[in-house]
Design a protein around this ligand. Structure first.
Ligand SMILES: [Zn+2]
Length: 296
């Protein structure tokens, strides 16, 4: 008999990937100590709504503590590239919601997106549980950033026109509850915009258990179809999907080769540095990432 799905309640869960153990050679090859790519617990899939998730009992509170130790030099090295990716998001939002208004960015990290959104005419605020990141945001970007968890007590109900979550929803233990929270915060006609990784993408299926996004901090994975089902259940009226292009430096792209071969990644990284092209920013079509825009 199959196990009960903790999202839809049906006995429809089976193991998709067994845990990758640190001691095994294969797992070590496919993980890097700094980012933990490919290091994960048991990954299961629900055959009813096709939710893919890490089947471990762990509280959101405990997960949140992971974020308090985030000191991520790569994050800052990628800031110029991220600026361009955020520019893409803002151009898309200007098409989808031209009148602009109040915007909440959930999991804003250091707050760069909030800063750029304000510059683009939005009344934007950020929410970030990481204390260090929140302090950085206030000091460097002069923005309002709420240092609280994402529940229904952080702001009044229906106080935003747009809620954004860029590469964040997969970090939540219960993304369905978070979708409900977003719905709660949106005004009628408001838009929930997010990007996330797709466990049924060609790249994910090809990589199998070594897909880099199966990592300790990622708890649940929504395929576009799964996301649409749960968004409509929460009350969203219209859901659209867009392919995702992001900007990355050649230096960062080299680190992604880590999932294939660490020596190769180090070699290409050095080569790019010698050629002084490591800081060149290129657009990159991420086959395993999608953007979703849901209308309340
Ligand atoms: Zn289910």
């Amino acid at each position: 008999m199959k196990e009960k799905c903790r999202f839809c309640g049906r006995e429809s869960v089976s193991v998709l990937y067994h845990p990758t153990k640190a001691g095994e050679k294969q797992a070590a090859e496919f993980s890097c100590t700094n980012c933990g790519f490919g290091k994960h617990g048991v990954i299961v899939r629900c055959s009813n709504r096709r939710m893919v998730y890490v089947n471990e009992k762990i509280s959101q509170k405990r997960i949140s503590t992971y974020y308090e130790v985030a000191d991520d030099p790569l994050y800052f090295a990628e800031q110029p590239a991220r600026r361009r990716t955020f520019g893409r998001y803002l151009r898309r939002l200007a098409e989808i919601y031209p009148e602009r208004g109040k915007l909440l960015d959930v999991g804003t990290n250091t707050g760069l997106f909030v800063r750029l959104a304000i510059d683009a005419g939005w009344g934007a605020v950020g929410l970030e549980p990481n204390r260090w990141a929140a302090e950085y945001a206030k000091k460097n970007y002069d923005i309002t950033l709420v240092n609280k968890p994402f529940d229904r007590k952080a702001f009044p109900k229906a106080s935003f026109n747009v809620v954004t979550m860029w590469d964040v929803i997969e970090h939540f233990n219960d993304p369905i509850a978070e979708i409900g929270n977003v719905f709660w915060y949106l005004r009628p006609g408001g838009v929930f915009a997010f990007s996330t990784v797709d466990p049924e993408s060609v790249l994910a299926r090809f990589s199998g258990t070594h897909w880099p996004w199966y990592m300790e901090m990622h708890r649940a994975f929504l395929t576009p179809a799964t996301a649409e089902k749960y968004l409509r259940t929460a009350g969203f009226k219209k859901v659209i999907f867009k392919p995702h292009f992001r900007n990355l430096s050649l230096g960062y792209l080299a680190t992604r080769l880590m999932a294939i071969n660490p020596e190769l990644a180090a070699f290409v990284g050095r080569l790019f540095k010698i050629l002084s092209i490591d800081k060149i920013i290129v657009p990159y079509y991420a086959n395993d990432v999608y953007e979703c825009y849901a209308y309340k």
